[in-house]
Design a protein around this ligand. Structure first.
Ligand SMILES: C[S@@+](CC[C@H](N)C(=O)[O-])C[C@H]1O[C@@H](n2cnc3c(N)ncnc32)[C@H](O)[C@@H]1O
Length: 315
């Protein structure tokens, strides 16, 4: 079965290129807050205050809700980050995932729980280290951040009942896969960061795509990075759409997705699009709409100092 893959170089706060309710699964890992520079001035996270970061991400979740089919899943890989005593005044964990859960629930998603992905997180990425705080004395040791979450959301509404028996059979999980994937804990290591600075391993989208989509359906990643989600979607005979703001990543994405086509099953189609100015105008318009929306105020209240923290977490 030939599949289609769209790489869109643009800003996923507006996904005007995608029709309402035309995607059956979203798999993504958002940019970090402040600690990684993905090399584009419009990127989310690096230059944002905490407030701006959360609001920017919320605009993406808002768009995710629009493009997702009812009854389908949004899955978000996110780890904890920490603020350092030297920059924040005291050591503290930043509750990004709680903001995501609260916002997504407020726009009509049901929160379906989270997988805990057990991995050794590199100290330089999330800020975790094995010995931290008052070691070897009580009471101020800090937990190692050696895990991340995969938050699962379901869009409410009646599922379209349009999957044929043949496709269902092709998409069937084995007993072992089912038992392994639907556990609350996953154990596999992270990806070697050689092509891009924040990739997840193929195993992460592979499990989610098998768990929550059928062969031939459309999988979206609004933060495509190096293209891992599209690569795996192609391998599993799903179509994909990916947004990436930095056009410098395009060669990496293309190499990763590959052009390899089965001689016997027809050619997979891989297209690249560049978001144009009309889209950018629409983006500004939409942002105003979303910003004015009272949903954007449905936020966890943090102290002013916390909200406005601008200095880098890791120096
Ligand atoms: C954590 S990385 C994703 C890595 C990806 N999961 C992989 O395996 O390669 C986040 C990506 O989001 C991109 N990004 C940041 N802001 C964006 C925006 N507004 N729209 C689209 N992409 C954005 C960054 O350039 C970065 O490549």
């Amino acid at each position: 079965m030939a599949t289609n893959h769209k790489i869109i170089i643009g800003d996923s706060r507006n996904m005007a290129e995608i029709q309402d309710e035309s995607v059956q699964l979203i798999v993504t890992s958002p940019p970090y807050w402040q600690i990684k520079d993905y090399g584009n001035k419009n990127q989310i996270g690096f230059n944002d205050t905490y407030e701006e970061y959360i609001n920017n991400l919320n605009q993406v979740w808002f768009e995710c809700y629009r493009v997702l089919d009812p009854g389908c899943r949004l899955s978000i890989n996110i780890g904890d980050q920490f603020a350092r005593a030297v920059t924040y005044g005291r050591y503290k964990i930043i509750p990004i995932r709680t903001e995501i859960i609260k916002f997504c629930e407020s726009i009509g998603f049901d929160y379906m729980g989270a997988v805990i992905w057990q991995k050794m997180t590199n100290m330089k990425t999330s800020g975790g280290a094995s010995v931290m705080g008052s070691y070897p004395y009580p009471r101020n040791g800090h937990l190692a951040i050696d895990y991340e979450f995969i938050l699962l959301f379901k869009k409410l509404g009646k599922e379209k009942n349009n999957v044929s028996k043949a496709i269902k059979e092709k998409s069937k999980l084995t007993n072992d896969e089912w038992r392994q994937y639907f556990k609350g804990h996953w154990n596999f290591s992270g990806a070697k960061q050689d092509k891009h600075l924040a990739m997840f391993p193929d195993e992460l989208p592979r499990r989610l795509i098998k768990m929550y989509s059928f062969v031939g359906e459309n999988v979206l990643d609004p933060f495509l990075g190096s293209g891992t989600t599209s690569k795996v979607a192609k391998e599993l005979k799903r179509n994909s759409i990916g947004y990436e703001i930095n056009k410098e990543f395009l060669p990496i994405i293309k190499t990763k997705i590959g052009s390899n086509n089965s001689l016997f099953e027809g050619r997979d189609k891989i297209d690249t699009f560049f978001q144009n100015n009309t889209i950018a105008e629409k983006l500004n318009f939409n942002l105003k709409l979303v910003k004015n929306d009272s949903l954007m105020n449905n936020r966890i209240k943090h102290s002013d100092y916390w909200k406005e923290l601008k200095s880098k977490l890791i120096q």
